[in-house]
Design a protein around this ligand. Structure first.
Ligand code: F6P
Length: 413
């Protein structure tokens, strides 16, 4: 009977809970044991090393009917070792790898963020940390993992999988696991799902959480529009997206922004301020009472310097005399209830993830479950990560070449 675990890693995104719910329910429906790892990879490294005897006793009675009631109420306490973490009448103190039942994830698709927690683990970046993680998993009899996170988290998953046989051999030779355990868990099954509000992964059309973040931005712009119109003001809105301008671009299209700045496409003109002012003046001349400029947090100018919202504000008020305000939407974009799409797609992807794990062999690649042209797809995880990096490198090189040739027309790549 396959025991599989699901974890969320990296920045949270709406829809991660729907993934966990779908994975848990599908696993149980297919006769597997479902587990969650709390606090991402950090939880894998911490494992259940310090669980109390009472918890061990309680675990002897676990069943699929649901062990962890209302998991959500405990997660705030998790990282405070040895304190609190009192969940649904039973203590799960210091337990990070937790078996869950059908009821534990009831209603989770409507919840924002990730109820099982996420963390940036320094220890999991080391071979030693990953070996401890392998030990903690094998101890619980788990050798199948669904990871929902961004490209860094998915790369970590693939590294973990490729090292797994070495970890098993080392743990066996240290006497930490038995020969039977080493044989039973000789390979790790891994599947990745992309949770990121930035929509920054290749080979999938939409990452989990991106549609909700976009909705959030649109709602904010709608709200800002009414006050902007009232005062005939200009607003510069900074939206998330360190390397990827998808949110800024799509929000601009959805809300009819006057001007948009994204990292992938820095303005090549020396005089982008003039161009922006001309455009906005033209919009004002035909009667528009408000101005919306959207700037992605990673937007850059032709010299690869950041374009700051405050600077745009100064240009708009200085040159056009517009009463201008800056609004940074920040983490309001990441939080809150998932939109319908971020419930449906993660659910379908979670189901596919379990199926992929059940079919996995030592010879199949680790898959990334994505969506392309409205169909759920499986692609080799490292192919998607490699293509994402390649695209990022190409964009950076293109911007660099542009910057250099603007400085020196003789410059050749
Ligand atoms: O990658 C998702 C993201 O929300 C980015 O858009 C943003 O730059 C970053 O995470 C913010 O990270 P943190 O929550 O760690 O400040």
């Amino acid at each position: 009977r396959l025991k599989l675990a699901v974890l969320t890693s990296g920045g949270d995104s709406a829809g991660m809970n729907a993934v966990v719910r779908a994975v848990v329910k599908t696993a149980i429906a297919k006769g597997c044991e479902a587990w969650v790892v709390r606090e991402g990879y950090e939880g894998l490294v911490r494992g259940n090393a310090h669980e109390t005897p009472e918890v061990r006793d309680a675990r002897a009675h676990e069943d699929d009917a649901g062990f962890v009631r209302n998991l959500r109420f405990g997660d705030g306490e998790l990282l405070k070792d040895g304190t609190g973490d009192y969940i649904g009448g039973r203590t799960l103190r210091n337990r990070y790898i937790v078996r869950v039942g059908w009821d534990d994830v009831r209603g989770w698709f409507g919840e924002g963020g990730t109820l099982i927690g996420t963390a940036r683990s320094v220890d999991f970046r080391t071979t030693e940390g990953r070996q401890t993680a392998a030990f903690n998993m094998i101890k619980e009899g788990i050798d199948a993992l669904v990871v929902c996170g961004g490209d860094g988290s998915l790369t970590g998953a693939d590294v973990f999988r490729s090292e797994w046989p070495q970890h098993v051999a080392a743990l066996r030779s240290q006497g930490k696991i038995t020969e039977e355990q080493a044989t039973a868990h000789h390979h790790l099954r891994i599947v990745g799902l992309v949770g990121s509000i930035d929509n920054d992964m290749s080979l999938t059309d939409l990452t989990i959480g991106a549609p909700t973040a976009l909705h959030r931005i649109c709602e904010s712009i709608d709200n800002i529009n009414s006050t902007a119109v009232s005062h005939s003001r200009a607003f510069v809105l900074e939206v998330m997206g360190r390397h990827c301008g998808w949110l800024a671009l799509m929000a601009g299209v959805s809300c009819g922004a006057d001007f948009i700045f994204i990292p992938e496409h820095p303005p090549s003109e020396d005089d982008w301020e003039d161009k922006m002012c001309d455009t906005i003046r033209a919009h004002r001349d035909v009667g528009q009472r408000k101005t919306i400029v959207i700037v992605a947090e990673g937007a850059i100018d032709k010299n690869l310097n950041p374009i700051r919202a405050e600077y745009i504000k100064d240009v708009l008020s200085g040159r056009l005399g517009l009463d201008t305000r800056v609004t940074t939407l920040g983490h309001t974009q990441r939080g809150g209830a998932p939109c319908a799409y971020d419930r449906i797609m993660p659910t379908l992807q979670g189901i596919e993830a379990v199926e992929a794990l059940l079919e996995a062999t030592p010879d199949t690649p680790s898959y990334m479950i994505g969506v392309r042209e409205n169909k759920i797809t499986r692609v080799p995880l490292m192919e998607a990560v490699a293509m994402t990096r390649q695209v990022a490198t190409e964009i950076a090189a293109k911007n660099f070449t542009k910057a250099m040739s603007l400085r020196d027309p003789e410059f050749e790549e």
